[in-house]
Write a protein that binds this ligand. Sequence first.
Ligand code: HH2
Length: 278
Amino acid sequence: MLWQTTRHAIDLSRPRVMGIVNLTPDSFSDGGRHDSVSSALRHCERLVDEGADILDLGAESTRPGAPALPADEELARLLPVLREVLAWGVVPVSVDTYKPAVMQAALGLGADIVNDVWALRQPGAAELVAAHGRCGVCLMHMHRDPQTMQAAPMEGDALPTVLSFLKQRIEHLRWLSVDLNRISVDPGIGFGKSVDQNFALLARQRELLALGVPVLAGWSRKSSLGAVTGQQVQDRLVPSVAAAVLAVERGASAVRVHDVAATVQALKVWQAMNLADN
Ligand code: HH2
């Protein structure tokens, strides 16, 4: 399976690692660590050296309770780093945003993927991606919004809701003539779901494959991993790697992670087992 993006067709015959680059002062696990252009670029370089297949640049935190950021501030954080990383040309670059104005500017510079926790529900976002004609897109499920999602999480079995939401979003993009091979989906771990619901989504993640597009999973350092291990956010490397491997084992084509080197190593072990099994 290939994931078509602006400049790269990503071969998903092996699991891909998307390295997280948070250009934010307030992200839940690494806020403020890469908020100068030079430190962000050093971080990008490091993630590529460690084996990241995709870099995901985000300039607004979506942690529970995070305030919304004006588009011009998000762009001021994002564009200087995005411009440089795109110029390297080594890996596909994804932009983690839900704002059409930010998508437009990022795609104008040549960004490869729009990764949207709102699944292109902001007015004009889906049309913009459709009109671009080539960029990849990741549609994530989120219950409510970052301000309210954990105050009133979903109830009951999350999977049917997540499935039907993602199906509708794919159908909407198809209706706008977006090729299926540009689209991936994400169950949105931690976005308005309880710990049990997140783990049920992992256990039954294969059911998302019925949507006919690659699945991306983002478990890295999330609080559900803290809930079952008792580890604080800075000590969730092992749980994050375990979750990434389990997500791949349950059919994910890509994992979105902070700790690229460890995840790449773990997935090599998974791949070796898989090759030996065939
Ligand atoms: N999680 C976060 C942000 N973007 N995108 C996708 N596709 N899937 C996810 O699970 C996902 C995402 C939240 O994590 P992080 O970027 O580390 O934190 P913050 O939002 O606080 O910057």
